[in-house]
Design a protein around this ligand. Structure first.
Ligand code: HEM
Length: 509
């Protein structure tokens, strides 16, 4: 044995000793001994139908503090319920808190691990995705999409004018149209669009079965070698369906754009996929196309449901708070005047409408539990030991309803974000709404301008009112949400009445 070998063994022993010393000195974060809240079939927390999961997690915080440990099997989970802890860990220590949980199902049996949302920090592709998104939707480039967002918003308003009963359907159509146009240059068909259907088919499979740890094979990896014909191996079938649907969703619109580029002057096709393909370096291989294909699909998956959720919550807030609606309409009338629709460039001149949209996203959290992060190295925080491999669930909704930060959190009150002589505005919730650290939502600037285009257009042209029943009584909607990953208010009826002849005329021009 050389001196170098001895030194290596010595350093290794010291490293082991240090780790076990740290473990002994610091305890794991506090948490319930037995998890009765969740059906722990394997190790992932499950969604309870009765109460939103974020509220259940927030209640745990009253007992255990802001960082709660859930000993749910081999991969421990912690839930972070306070903004301070989320910023301390997920933002300030982002280098080690930004991975995703790599399960056998995601990384070996399906290609889900290649999608942007589940891509590991150790996969070099993540950096390529992030660069691509920065170039396409970063703060300096996002304005190139404004025209598309405004045009599609106008079609949406026309649909509302013609048939407002199905406003949720119109919201889904416009959210899909904006993203498909920007991403692929593709114009969505008003009904039963085949490309949209492909995404819906795939999204329909994102149920509990997609949660890390749902399948036994995630806990016992050797099961992956059991042949598919063997009883009890439904996971093989699920994996194969996933791969088929994912491949169709990712490739079909991508190939459509590629075909368009062969038939048209490619430089006139103004879309994310076309511009990436045009910029393709000579000699690059299929891996380059793959980054574009998966990146493009992530724009749809990340951008459509969230946009629908914001607008549904906005409409609900307007129905419930006519005085807020009136004030925002007055601001729009003053800045824009009667002869045109609002444009995204008007946004900085409309502080009240901006405060309304900010409050919508605080009051009705869009992605209540964000996306789960994973810690890659042992860490100590506030005297607590957090082992490498821990999965971290940021309870964004709890942060947005923290009464110390946002007094009377259930109250819809845009004033909280407006400065006055007496009071400072409350914290901008965008520091948590879009997630954290290296994994912060790359579509956030795009989302802001889409929401503004749709919301300002609605208020410029319509009064959004309570529905009335057969006897002429107004129906006041309840503030209730579907219990899903992207949160949606439960569908409620309402009326969209054109503000004036002139306002309706703006939509027919
Ligand atoms: C109001 C609208 C939106 C909200 C509230 C929202 C929220 C979020 C949140 C909470 C995350 C998880 C971040 C984390 O892991 O910490 C996320 C990730 C992501 N979002 Fe958004 N998002 C919105 C709109 C969009 C749009 C319009 C796009 C694309 C056009 C988009 C694309 C993505 C992508 C690709 C990721 C994955 C990032 C990664 O894992 O590295 N999102 N978003």
């Amino acid at each position: 044995m050389t001196l170098q070998d001895v030194l290596a063994v010595f350093l290794f022993a010291i490293a082991i000793w240090c780790t076990s010393y740290i473990r002994k000195q610091h305890r794991l974060p506090p948490g319930p001994n037995k998890i009765s809240l969740f059906r722990t079939r394997f190790k992932a927390p499950q969604v309870s139908a009765e109460k939103p999961l974020w509220k259940q997690y927030a209640e745990l915080s009253k007992l255990y503090g802001p960082v709660v440990y859930l000993g749910l099997g081999k991969a421990p989970f912690i839930v972070i319920n306070s903004a301070k802890s989320a910023v301390d860990l997920l933002n300030k220590r982002s280098r080690i808190y930004s991975d995703r949980q790599m399960t056998v199902m995601n990384s070996e049996l399906t290609h889900r691990g290649q999608t942007v949302f589940l891509c590991s920090t150790s996969n070099p592709r993540l950096v390529q995705y992030q660069k691509m998104f920065r170039e396409e939707m970063g703060v300096n480039s996002v304005h190139k999409h404004c025209k598309t967002q405004e045009q599609e918003a106008k079609s949406f308003l026309r649909n509302i004018l013609n048939d407002s009963q199905y406003y949720v359907q119109h919201l889904k159509t416009v959210a899909g149209s904006i993203i498909m146009k920007v991403t692929y240059g593709y114009t969505v068909e008003p009904h039963n669009d085949p490309m949209i259907q492909l995404v819906r088919d795939w999204l329909a499979t994102i149920s509990l079965k997609a949660l890390p740890g749902y399948w036994l094979v995630d806990s016992y990896p050797f099961l992956k070698y059991v042949p598919p014909w063997f009883p009890g191996t439904e996971f093989h079938q699920w994996a194969s369906e996933q791969n088929t649907l994912l491949e169709k969703m990712i490739s079909t619109p991508f190939e459509w754009t590629r075909r368009q580029m062969q038939h048209t002057d490619p430089t006139t096709i103004n879309s994310f996929v076309a511009s990436r393909l045009l910029a393709k370096p000579d000699g690059s291989n299929d891996a380059y196309d793959d980054v574009i294909r998966y990146g493009a699909a992530a724009m749809y998956v990340g951008g459509v449901d969230t946009a629908v959720s914001v607008l549904e919550a906005f409409i609900l807030a307007m129905v419930l708070h006519p005085e807020v609606q009136r004030r925002a309409q007055e601001e729009i009338d003053q800045i824009v005047g009667p002869s045109r629709l609002p444009e995204i460039k008007d946004r900085p001149n409309m502080p009240y409408l901006n405060a309304v949209l900010t409050e919508v996203m605080r009051w009705s959290p869009i992605a209540p539990l964000g996306n789960t992060h994973r810690l890659t190295e042992d860490d100590v925080y506030d005297g607590m030991f957090i082992p490498a491999g821990t999965c971290i669930i940021p309870n964004i909704a709890a942060m947005l309803h923290d009464e110390n930060r946002y007094p009377e959190p259930e109250k819809f009150n845009p004033e909280r974000f407006l400065a006055s002589d007496e009071v400072e505005p409350q914290d901008d919730p965008r520091i948590f709404i879009y997630g954290f650290g290296r994994r912060i939502c790359p579509g956030r600037h795009f989302a802001e301008s889409s929401s503004f285009a749709l919301a300002s257009g609605l208020l410029a042209t319509f009064n959004i009112l309570k529905a009335v029943d057969g006897e002429g009584n107004e129906i006041t909607p309840l503030v209730q949400y579907e219990n899903s990953f992207v949160s949606h208010p439960k569908t409620f009826p309402c009326r969209f009445v054109p503000k004036s002849e002139a306002a309706a005329q703006l939509l027919t021009d």
